[in-house]
Design a protein around this ligand. Sequence first.
Ligand SMILES: Nc1ncnc2c1ncn2[C@@H]1O[C@H](COP(=O)(O)OP(=O)(O)OP(=O)(O)O)[C@@H](O)[C@H]1O
Ligand SMILES: [Mg+2]
Length: 342
Amino acid sequence: MKRKRLEELLAAFPSRRVGIIGDFCMDIYWHADMTRSLLSRETPHFPRPIVAEKFSGGAAANVAWNLRELGVGAVLPITIFGDDWRGRELSRVLEALGVDLRHVVHAPDRVTPAFAKPILHGFHSEQEDARLDFENATPASEELEDLVLANLAEAMPNLDALLIANQINNSLITARVRKGILRLAAKHPRVVAIADSRNEIGKFRGVILKPNEIEAARVFHPGIAPADITDAVIHDCGRRLSLRARKPVFLTVGERGTFVFDGERCDHVPGYAVEPPIDIVGAGDTFIAALGATLASGASNVEAAELACLAASVTVKKIGITGAASPEELLTRHSAPPAREC
Ligand SMILES: Nc1ncnc2c1ncn2[C@@H]1O[C@H](COP(=O)(O)OP(=O)(O)OP(=O)(O)O)[C@@H](O)[C@H]1O
Ligand SMILES: [Mg+2]
């Protein structure tokens, strides 16, 4: 993509309005200074003396951060938060990013999903302890599902794109919510709708899909080992997914970039090569955020894939955090040596 086109697309972002429906989570990092730990008198355990804690949005909340960092004018979550400290903290984090929380339902009987990672620091090394997961044990009630869908119906007429984040156990995207989303997406064809789903990408129809290679392959070959996912498998699955959904499929393949399937057509958009060290956590979130903003700005599928790969190549260089990419960072990376063809 020429720099002028990139600038043109980035310049459209501030006037775009993007909704995100799905799983908003909190990532928590608890740093324990184990050099201060003394054996407990009550139990045969060494306590973890927490000396620092850090909160950041995970899953859909990371997508929201990425959209705002890209300069998208309005970012609107359509989701449920529990009435708990994590919900309050997540609201604070998102509000600080300028995210519009008007369509968030606060439900006392739901848990705000959070993943807490204790990081133990020794004299000269550190190690991650077992993660502590706050998750819902059951799906949301029908009453809550209806509230979420009513909020989406209210939001849709004013959106340019809708991103669907179906990522965790007891996801907000139940079968009923998924059907409601697909109905509303069909009713508002002007809104660019894109689904990202860890386990159920094959159940979405009539919306753009963004699976990675494992998610796409497992739709047709449940339980396939990553080593058996050849390019032939990727091509077959991408093509079938696109034909079935009747929409483009952006099948991401890590550092190799993405394959864009549109019915029988397939284009490969290579990744932007970056030097190690890298941290790929959250690359998919950056990719879908940039993809949504760019498609909603009138780009072609290939242009949107190029911009999304460019954005993700910026965040994989951000170590220890999921990371987000600003328009300035995209322009700087774009003027660096050309992308490697993998
Ligand atoms: N090592 C890398 N170097 C450059 N770009 C990368 C690298 N890894 C990933 N990317 C970029 O990020 C995009 C998304 O990566 P990937 O296919 O790993 O998505 P994902 O599996 O959905 O990620 P996540 O684990 O965040 O859900 C790729 O299409 C590519 O553009
Ligand atoms: Mg992913």
